[in-house]
Design a protein around this ligand. Structure first.
Ligand code: TXA
Ligand code: MG
Length: 309
């Protein structure tokens, strides 16, 4: 339970350059004052994140987002109106107010309004935009519970707020917008078709899991457990002891983990299942191939990254 006092404490820590792990609806974030370069530097250091990987800035509403950008095309307005607060990040030309360290030197900034009452309240009380990557060490699976954050960081952060398990469970959809154009940089629970329906024209999809990714920091091995991960059917399992993450056809293995058969439920459960499987110290983690339907695109991306060595 997060109390009023915890929220005040979190806001005070953030205002004085500290870092706080906080719940959002997607995954837990490791937050610091986005306008304080030293606080942001500490986020990179604690995460072990390369300085070439820009952060997402979390704000309380679209007015606050607009103030951090120099352009606000109709596409941004329409997407913000439809999906904020929610699991959508917009990439726009940045205002000079945003320190370069936040954007890894890029002229653009990634911004979103998280749909979590604790995150929103902390941003309001701190009175400043909060830069927050997912609260995991570099290359670890993103955290969807406060316990996941404690497992990764223990006392390395000033405060960890427990807002319960994340509702969405995978990271936000990231879309770069310009007047007349939009590019999907990272797939998520909000699909390409949904973005296109809102902006009224087509959106490009940048890169692929196989190729170089234009969303800097989306290294292939971004979401990997330590245990080797493969994607295969129940009748193709390797020898040895392993975990099998299935959503359709179960298999006899040392650790079978059943996941929901629809995309939203699967997303909620995936990262916990990967962490559980990894902690079991088995020879492998096998994942049943995912459906090809559009609403599974974000999940196919995360699962193939987890399987990348
Ligand atoms: O759901 C989420 O987005 C979570 C929660 C905490 O909000 N955050 C998250 O942050 O996933 P992180 O740091 O793990 O991922 C940030 C993503 C990366 O893919 C990064 O490349 C992209 O956002 N990004 C950030 N700034 C960018 C920019 N200026 N241009 C292009 N991509 C950018
Ligand atoms: Mg991350």
């Amino acid at each position: 339970m997060v109390t009023n006092l915890d929220l005040d404490q979190a806001a005070a820590i953030l205002r004085t350059g500290g870092i706080v792990a906080l719940p959002t609806e997607t995954v837990y974030g490791l937050g610091g004052d986005a306008l304080n370069s030293a606080a942001v530097a500490r986020i990179y250091a604690v995460k072990g994140r390369p300085a070439t990987s820009p952060l997402i800035v979390h704000v309380a509403d679209s007015a606050m987002a607009r103030a951090l950008t120099t352009e606000w095309p109709p596409e941004a307005e329409a997407l913000a109106e439809r999906y904020w607060p929610g699991p959508l990040t917009l990439v726009l030309p940045k205002s000079p107010q945003i320190p370069d360290i936040v954007t890894a030197g890029l002229p653009t900034v990634a911004i979103r309004v998280p749909a979590h009452p604790i995150a929103l309240e902390i941003i309001r009380r701190a009175g400043t935009p909060i830069a927050a990557p997912s609260a995991n060490r570099f290359t670890e699976v993103s955290p969807t519970t406060a316990q996941h954050v404690r497992d990764s960081f223990g006392s390395a952060v000033d405060l960890i707020l427990d807002g319960g398990p994340c509702e969405v469970g995978i990271e936000s959809t990231v879309v770069a917008v310009e007047r007349g154009a939009a590019t999907l940089l990272r797939p998520g629970i909000i699909t390409q078709a949904e973005v296109e329906a809102v902006i009224g024209h087509s959106a490009a999809v940048a890169g692929s899991v196989e190729g170089a990714h234009p969303s800097p920091g989306m290294h292939a091995r971004h979401y990997s457990p330590r245990t080797p991960v493969i994607i295969c059917n129940a009748d193709e399992l390797p020898t040895g002891r392993g975990a099998y993450l299935y959503h359709h056809r179960p298999a006899q293995t040392a650790l079978p983990i059943g996941l929901p058969g629809e995309a939203r439920g699967y997303a909620q459960a995936l990262y916990s299942a990967l962490r559980e499987a990894d902690q079991a110290n088995l020879d492998w983690i096998a994942i049943e191939p995912l459906p090809g339907a559009p609403e599974w695109a974000g999940l196919r991306d995360r699962v193939s990254r987890a399987a990348q060595r």
